[in-house]
Design a protein around this ligand. Structure first.
Ligand SMILES: N[C@@H](CCC(=O)N[C@@H](CS)C(=O)NCC(=O)O)C(=O)O
Length: 302
């Protein structure tokens, strides 16, 4: 697999709905496949926990390191929350996709919401899966997508996708200086906007209530300092340089569904040891800004 074939904001194929005619919600029937490294899959683990579905929707977390043969189900990530694949004998995620749709020729991405009754894939798009978990879930936290706030939540989610998440990958996988710089600037300009927003509103992105927008934001922001800053050369600033965003992340980090689903050691292993991440040789990092006499990082940037 080549670096440019990877994990940037991929389009997905399966867009069925829980609670539709073919997929009525039944406890124990549906199964989620994720990987600790993948921020999109991370969203679904957070939503499954927040909406009280951990006992009703099973979970298999693949090995964190993606290989040329795809996500490894056989050698899976070990945790109390991760169980063996419900389909016996499967070794890699592409085999699950083949089982569900023999003619499927696309990428075998995580997350996958699988129907163990019909051996089909319900949905493999994180944004849709988390909305569906919210609709069938049942905790004090729900709804995470309240009708009165949908326009604002959609706007926040679009902003995160177009101005932060896509630019992170575009900068990371850029093959020329100009492309890299263009997305580098977008990322830090959006982080400035986010910082300003969090100064005015809060404690969550859409105001008083935790919503799907926070589930979209947290996984990528949580990977920034440890991974994107160096691997994707997004090294103008760290998240720690944004006090408002840092406070916001601290608030989310107090919520078990967020903190307990984040394993930064596995995340780093998954990014830095994977077969499909950018290699050096294309661009010169634009930061951090260092003192010309000492080489020590200067926190303030002018
Ligand atoms: N749009 C998808 C993106 C999912 C995605 O990009 N997953 C990556 C990992 S971060 C993946 O599994 N890629 C499979 C591959 O590269 O073969 C979503 O939001 O669910």
């Amino acid at each position: 697999m080549k670096a440019d074939e990877i994990c940037h904001v991929e389009t997905t194929t399966f867009h069925n709905q829980l609670e539709s005619e073919n997929y009525p919600f039944e406890s124990g029937r549906y199964w989620l496949f994720t990987s600790k490294v993948c921020p999109f899959a991370h969203r679904t683990e957070i939503a499954r926990a927040l909406t009280g579905l951990t006992k009703e929707i099973g979970l298999t977390i693949t090995d964190a390191v993606q290989t040329a043969e795809g996500w490894n189900i056989e050698k899976r990530y070990e945790s109390a929350d991760s169980s063996a694949c419900p389909v016996a004998g499967l070794k890699r995620l592409p085999e699950l996709y083949q089982l569900a749709a023999a003619d499927y020729a696309g990428r075998a991405s995580v997350p996958v919401l699988f129907d163990t009754k019909t051996d089909t894939i319900v949905n493999n798009e994180s944004a849709e899966i988390i909305r569906q978990f919210d609709a069938v879930g049942h905790t004090d936290q729900t709804p995470l997508y309240p009708k009165s706030k949908r326009a604002l939540i959609d706007e926040l989610i679009d902003g995160l996708a177009n101005e932060l998440i896509t630019p992170i990958y575009r900068a990371g996988f850029a093959k020329d200086q100009q492309t890299y710089l263009c997305y580098f600037k977008k990322v830090f300009s959006y982080l400035d906007t986010l910082e300003e927003r969090l100064k005015k509103t809060g404690p969550y992105l859409a105001g008083e209530q935790l919503t799907l927008a926070d589930i979209h934001a947290y996984p990528h922001v949580a990977r920034f300092d440890a991974v994107y800053h160096s691997l994707y050369r997004l090294n103008l600033k760290y998240i720690s340089d944004f006090p408002g965003i840092t406070d916001y992340m601290n608030r989310l980090g107090e919520i078990p569904a967020f903190a307990n689903t984040l394993d930064l050691a596995a995340v780093k292993e998954g990014y830095f040891l994977a077969c499909n991440q950018p290699t050096d040789g294309y661009v010169i990092p634009a930061g951090p800004v260092v003192d010309s006499k000492t080489g020590v990082r200067v926190v303030a940037f002018t």
